[in-house]
Design a protein around this ligand. Structure first.
Ligand code: MOS
Length: 796
């Protein structure tokens, strides 16, 4: 038998030892709150610009067409423009012209062809932005236009899932299919033969834009050793370093990436740091001067990744009593012009494709394909909001067909402790399985049964009310996508403060604060003693990417390791001075004393000084590697994620049947987060996930025309929810305690969005008595659905 590695054993020991908490689960003033509110701190990437007055500006000259061959490119006239220092085209790249994240399919600068409207033909490096932009107009390009594909079903046949004959977008790859995944569990035809009722539907979702407050920015400074330092908006500084070093043809050690706090990320800044960091780095490297790049909102809209649109066919079979027997699904994801995180998104969608239910027979096929749309990649939820919309609509159809209450149908089928997932993964107690409890609480909080009956009975007049439910699951961290590890370092300084470092980044949600609370709890040092440094590849070891709701669970487990080891050494030192057993030492900074006789006491500073005299190291590196995940490519069987965050969402809506307008009145969310670490943090996640999910459900959609041009590339035409759209949000928590999470914690960043659109869609469907198969549920769409269903005729 293999032994449990030490880093896992420590997390398990801490998990079982702590029952009461001083800092964990409490609300404490966040380190960056006052500075942010006062407008002083923190320093965002673009704020560094003022420190480099001689910096050059890098402007991206973009293609006129979404799909074309570049026959001739002449930049001579740009070069002659006063104030232009350099023009960089593909062949000037010293290293490899690629910034792809999962597969190398994305040139930084187009060489042979362009594949979407964000593609770049040249970088103009000039004294200032305006010069660069004006000069850029003097580019001369001869294109050979190619057919533009904006519909993924022009690439793949939804029935057969075979690739259609078409002019290839990635001809160099020989196919525009990016990824395929499948689940095969039992004989699905047999499952459907055993079913008493079968429901099916086709579901569609749209492109969603992250719309973070802070657009992408990078500042690159050439270093005397021939390398370059890049300050860049990225969730993944080590991944950006890899990509930038590759483009420059430098060893990674000569590229230093600094990732300041960000004004939002939501997954959108997972790979765009590769692109924007490489552009700035290239300009700095080739000119020997600092170079900056800041995207305008329009550039951000047309060139960074989006949420994948989905087209899916689902078929569900159940027994008369509601027991699910079979699920069949065909899922097509549009990954746009480049793969970005698409292959991983498609995998996550596949893993979660049947929802958090016991499904004895299943057959799922997922395909991600290229089109000439803006590329799709990581976005909070990562494929999951899409499949949950489809699955949870299907469950409501099934409930209707069976004459069952939608909540009762879910109670009948949800995963509980001891069940097996559709992949054959055992839902053991160690994983923390709190879905049933979450659903029960959401039902009670919302007074579901009373309202469901009441709204059904009152369904007339201009304003119709509805209430809808969705349950969800979300695998924590990255599963089999890559080596799943994280790290932090803690340094106790001689003044008693503690320096906290990690390569994980903070997008504004305050995720790092949760890690500090964990360290505080174990060390006995209050959070205000901590100094949180910004992520810097030259100051910390690789902590893995800041993605996949993994900061609390993975970074937290690494923090547990660092703090635990430090605490053991501190106890030893204190026991020598205080003359009590190390296990008797209590640290409550500024005091350190013996638990059995509190009058024997020294100060925190004395302990630190003593440790330094004795040569006891006061710094520690914490590392955590998740237990191995397993996935069989042919059958989709295994144990894809270390654990799952579960949740139940209930939404109440009012629909105006004259205008088609949907108002969300209330959203109830109950998430099983294992254990609440950062209370302020989980509350904000619950609220922000609900609001961003509401935008996804009702109004957000990036629209391309037939030529692949983005029609609403700004916040004046791409609508996101405002405070006026925000409903009452009521939340609660289930703490099921995941044995290998820090104090039992699981992640919440993404799960807080996953079930929102599904619940709202179900509520709208309830209010109107019609099927809702497509997002976003705009007034126009509701109007047309009502018209088509003959329900537009008002009874008043
Ligand atoms: Mo992400 S959507 O930051 O894995």
């Amino acid at each position: 038998m293999s032994q449990v590695p030490e880093h896992i054993r420590i997390v398990e020991e801490v998990f079982s030892r702590y029952r009461s908490f001083v800092y964990v689960g409490k609300k404490l003033l966040r380190w960056d709150a006052v500075g942010k509110v006062a407008g002083r701190a923190p320093i965002f990437t673009a704020d560094f610009v003022s420190r480099y007055r001689d910096a050059l500006y890098v402007y991206s000259v973009r293609t006129k067409y979404a799909h074309a061959l570049i026959k001739k490119l002449d930049v001579g006239e740009i070069l002659n423009y006063p104030g232009v220092i350099k023009v960089i085209i593909a062949r000037d790249i010293p290293g490899i012209n690629d910034v792809g994240y999962v597969i190398p399919d994305q040139p930084l600068i187009a060489d042979r062809k362009v594949r979407y409207v964000g593609d770049v033909l040249a970088l103009v490096v000039a004294r200032d932005y305006y010069i660069a932009r004006e000069a850029a107009e003097r580019i001369h390009v001869e294109y050979e236009k190619l057919p533009v594909i904006t519909n993924p079903l022009d690439v793949i046949d939804l029935e057969t899932l075979s690739e259609r004959k078409h002019v290839l977008i990635h001809d160099e790859r020989g196919s525009d299919v990016v990824a395929r995944y499948r689940i095969r569990r039992g004989d699905v035809d047999r499952g459907f033969r055993e079913a008493d009722v079968v429901v099916e539907g086709e579901y569609k979702t749209q492109f969603q834009e992250h719309a973070y407050l802070e657009p992408e920015a990078a500042l690159a400074v050439p270093e005397s050793d021939g390398g370059v330092t890049v300050i860049v908006t990225t969730q993944c500084p080590f991944e950006a370093r890899r990509a930038i070093a590759r483009v420059l043809g430098l060893p990674q050690g000569l590229v230093r990436v600094i990732a300041p706090l960000m004004g939002g990320g939501f997954g959108g800044k997972e790979d765009v740091g590769n692109v924007i960091g490489a552009k700035a780095a290239l300009a700095a490297y080739l000119t020997g001067r600092p170079a900056i790049i800041i995207y305008t909102r329009e550039e951000s809209f047309i060139s960074h990744s989006k949420r994948h649109p989905m087209i899916a066919l689902y078929r569900h079979g159940a027994k008369k009593d509601g027991t699910l027997v079979a699920v069949e699904a065909r899922i097509v994801l549009d990954t746009g012009a480049y793969a970005s995180l698409g292959p991983f998104v498609a995998w996550r969608a596949t893993v979660h494709s049947v929802g958090p239910y016991r499904v004895p027979y299943a057959k799922v096929d997922t395909v991600a394909v290229y089109t000439n749309n803006v590329y799709a990649g990581a976005f909070r939820g990562f494929g999951n909001p899409q499949v949950h919309f489809a699955v949870e609509r299907q469950m409501d159809l099934l409930a209707e067909e069976l004459g069952m209450d939608p909540v009762d149908l879910r109670f009948k089928n949800i995963l509980r402790e001891g069940d097996e997932t559709v992949h054959g993964q055992l839902m053991s107690r160690d994983l923390g399985v709190g879905l049933e409890e979450a659903l029960r609480r959401a039902v009670n909080l919302s007074n579901w049964y009373v309202k469901r009956r009441k709204y059904s009975a009152e369904s007339k007049g201009l304003l119709r009310k509805g209430i809808g439910v969705a349950v969800l699951w979300h695998g924590n961290s990255i599963g089999v996508e890559g080596a799943d590890y994280s790290s932090v370092s803690l340094i106790i300084n001689s003044d008693g403060s503690v320096t906290f470092r990690t390569g994980l980044t903070d997008f504004g949600q305050g995720a790092l604060w949760g890690l500090v609370l964990i360290a505080s709890e174990i060390l006995g040092v209050p959070p205000k003693y901590f100094i949180i440094e910004r992520a810097d590849t030259s100051a910390v070891p690789n902590s893995g990417p800041t993605v996949a709701s993994r900061t609390t669970v993975m970074g937290g487990a690494a923090t547990v390791n660092a703090a635990y080891k430090l605490r053991q050494r501190l106890n030893e030192v204190a026991s020598r001075i205080l003359d009590c057993a190390p296990s008797d030492v209590e640290i409550k900074v500024p005091d350190v004393f013996c638990r059995s006789s509190p009058s024997r006491k020294v100060s925190w500073r004395d302990i630190i000084e003593e440790a330094n005299w004795l040569g006891v190291p006061l710094q520690e590196y914490g590392y955590y590697r998740a237990p191995l995940a397993a996935w069989d490519e042919d059958t989709g069987q295994g144990a894809p994620y270390i654990t799952y965050t579960f949740g139940a969402v209930i939404a109440e809506v009012t629909v105006d049947v004259e205008t088609g307008e949907v108002t969300v009145n209330r959203i109830y969310t109950v998430y099983d987060v294992g254990k609440v670490i950062n209370r302020e943090g989980v509350e904000h996640q619950a609220e922000s996930g609900a609001i961003q999910g509401l935008g996804y459900a009702l109004m957000e959609e990036l629209i391309h025309d037939a030529e692949g041009r983005v029609m609403n590339a700004n916040l004046s035409t791409y609508y996101i929810p405002t405070a006026a759209d925000t409903p009452e949000i009521i939340y609660d928590w289930v703490e099921s305690r995941y044995k290998r999470g820090p104090f039992g914690a699981k992640g919440l960043g993404e799960p807080s969005l996953v079930g929102i659109a599904a619940a709202i869609a179900n509520a709208v469907s309830h209010a109107l008595g019609v099927k809702i198969n497509e997002l976003p549920i705009t007034p126009e769409k509701v109007y047309l659905i009502l018209k088509k269903s003959g329900k537009l005729v008002l009874d008043s």
